[in-house]
Design a protein around this ligand. Structure first.
Ligand SMILES: [Zn+2]
Length: 71
């Protein structure tokens, strides 16, 4: 499986944008809400809010979404 080691697919290099069906929802924080999304192509982790989205490191994801299993 691809990891979030910095090798992003062409779409993730551009940003969080369509095609959104490449993302898998890993976890949700009800307050917000915010969503932990993972690209199924390159494994990049994204922190999606109602307003925008940004890349997350694995350690950020683990602290923001302690219930999520990020491997
Ligand atoms: Zn990607």
């Amino acid at each position: 499986m691809a990891t979030q080691a910095g090798v992003r697919c062409a779409d993730c290099k551009i940003g969080y944008h369509a095609p959104f069906d490449r993302f898998e929802r890993m976890a949700v924080v009800e307050q917000g809400p915010t969503f932990l999304m993972r690209c199924s192509i390159c494994g990049s982790l994204w922190h999606e809010t109602l307003h925008d989205a940004r890349l997350l490191s694995a350690s950020e994801a683990a602290s923001l979404y302690p219930a999520a299993v990020v491997s």
